[in-house]
Design a binder for this molecule. Sequence first.
Ligand code: HEC
Ligand code: HEC
Length: 206
Amino acid sequence: MRKLLASLAITMSAVGAAHADLQSEADAAAGREKAQPCAACHGQEGISPSGAFPNLAGQQASYLAKQIMDIRDGNRNVPQMAGQVDNFSDQDAWDVATYFAEKEPALGQADPEPALVEHGRELYRAGDLAKGLPACSACHSPTGQGIGTAVYPALSGQKSEYVVATLQAFAAGERTNDPNAIMRDIATKMSDRDMEAVANYVLGLH
Ligand code: HEC
Ligand code: HEC
């Protein structure tokens, strides 16, 4: 058992080291070339033209690389992206991820309705004890920047329509690439109003 654990630990750190190499060797200029076909939906600068498509600008590189590989490998089902990243190597994923991560993030104008803003702020910063909802800020950070080393994505400035849609997808079990089902657990405890409020709040959070 101890031997198994020890070899597991070595394998895990080897995987971690391989990722660190891919990240440190990531080439944003090469990523820019490979990102040309993405512009139609995600924008040349990573700010998408519609709420149906997530912004990629300023997102954590580690998170973007994981999503690209998850979509490529069929661990996250995005029908609109059929064929887009099928031929990407892991290095291609990191190159494109680094390109978008370095772009200036979007910042939206939240709906100022006081009750909606207050409810969003409360959920984001404190969670909801009665519902067993943790504070989003614990993982997504108080400013919504996320935590790159932990692969926790930024939410700041993300399109509200997309945030609601992806929370619904987690709740319905349609999006299943969250480690330990962390977001599926959280999203199933959220009401429509909770989702709307938090999506509105993070739009203007920075
Ligand atoms: C035809 C439109 C379209 C094109 C072209 C496209 N995407 Fe997407 N992409 C989407 C949609 C729609 C989603 C969100 C799907 C969902 O709701 O889960 C998405 C999601 C993503 C995500 C996840 C973002 C997040 O916040 O979780 C990444 C990363 C991504 N795309 C990268 C790319 C890259 C890289 C390219 C180009 C090689 C590309 N996309 C081309 C439509 C597109
Ligand atoms: C314990 C850590 C943790 C907490 C607490 C947490 N999240 Fe997450 N969240 C994650 C992780 C990890 C992911 C990325 C999953 C993946 O790899 O696809 C994520 C992804 C998301 C996404 C998808 C981002 C995108 O671009 O597609 C949204 C939206 C989100 N979380 C909202 C919330 C909200 C709202 C709360 C609070 C009610 C919350 N999260 C609390 C860890 C957390």
